[in-house]
Design a protein around this ligand. Structure first.
Ligand SMILES: NC(=O)c1ccc[n+]([C@@H]2O[C@H](COP(=O)([O-])OP(=O)(O)OC[C@H]3O[C@@H](n4cnc5c(N)ncnc54)[C@H](OP(=O)(O)O)[C@@H]3O)[C@@H](O)[C@H]2O)c1
Length: 268
């Protein structure tokens, strides 16, 4: 496999989070080249991370790249790929763009080794989780390289079919918003019951973080964890009974299906 630099097309939030993490892990700034139209963003990459960037794709500079990370908004992908003029066809492509299919990446770049990732926003603080899919042409070593590039953003889960990325999008990609929504409701309830708003927010956030940590440390089924803290006739039982009567779980399942359907439609 080629050993040239890694080219990042787009030097925005996600690219900066990934590059910052890789540099902190000890990668050399000279092992990256970034294409980013905004001068202020280019200056920031140089000042904070020592990484050189170009205002637009320059075939000469990109042709040496062994890997390319697509970190532009999905709607600017076609234009950004056209600007690279096939210079990246021999590189392994790692796309973090939501909803841009492998077939579209192959058509726009001429490449066959394509890995798609669906990250989520906690990636920006190294606590994300990304779903990854690799086309059959991607050798195992390049799959490992793709996962290693994303390591600073959190953890990864490989899926076997590209269509599964739509479910990943619905679950973890959009998931942080569901958590914020649930937190909003808990804080609202706390405030309505007389708690100070800041206290309510802290109580809600720590409850989420602590319960998630507990679930991650345990091999027990989630229902078992829940039942263990839900004694019959108690306070938690009263709340869960109310949620079940309102059809909350079924509504959440339908919500994720709606997100999956939307991801599928956007991909088309
Ligand atoms: N942020 C997240 O948590 C998250 C989560 C999951 C997936 N993603 C995906 O990650 C991708 C990047 O997201 P982001 O939040 O990092 O976006 P971002 O901050 O807007 O970064 C993209 C950067 O690329 C630049 N760009 C535009 N056209 C370009 C071109 N032709 N060549 C090179 N660079 C170009 C953009 O400039 P302009 O501002 O002028 O367009 C911008 O500076 C998106 O596809 C998004 O769907 C993000």
């Amino acid at each position: 496999m080629r050993q040239g630099p890694v080219a990042f097309i787009g030097g925005g939030n996600m690219a900066s989070a990934i590059l910052g993490g890789l540099i902190r892990q000890g990668a050399a700034p000279s092992s990256f080249i970034v294409v980013e139209p905004h001068e202020a963003q280019r200056a920031r990459l140089k000042a904070e991370l020592g990484i050189d960037s170009l205002p637009q794709a320059e075939a000469q500079a990109l042709r040496a790249a062994a890997r390319v990370v697509w970190a532009v908004k999905p709607q600017t992908f076609a234009e950004a790929a056209a600007a690279c003029g096939g210079a990246l066809a021999q590189a392994t492509q790692l796309s973090i763009m939501a909803g841009v299919r492998c077939a579209a990446i192959a058509a726009a770049t001429g490449a066959t080794r394509i890995v798609r990732a669906m990250p989520n926003t906690p990636a920006l603080i190294g606590r994300g989780i990304a779903g990854l899919y690799a086309e059959p042409a991607v050798p195992a070593s390049e799959r490992e390289s793709a996962a290693a590039l994303l390591a600073p953003t959190g953890s990864v889960v490989w899926v076997h079919a590209e269509a599964d990325l739509d479910a990943v999008t619905a679950l973890s990609g959009s998931g942080p918003a569901y958590v914020f929504y649930f937190l909003e409701a808990m804080v609202e309830a706390g405030a309505a019951m007389g708690l100070d708003g800041r206290q309510a927010r802290r109580l809600a956030q720590e409850t989420f973080a602590g319960a998630a940590a507990l679930a991650m440390q345990s091999d027990d089924a989630l229902a078992t964890l829940r039942e263990r803290v839900t004694s019959k006739g108690g306070t938690t039982h009263a709340a869960i009974t109310s949620m079940e009567a309102a059809g909350l779980k079924a509504a959440i399942v339908r919500a994720l299906q709606a997100a999956r359907d939307r991801a599928e439609a956007l991909g088309r």
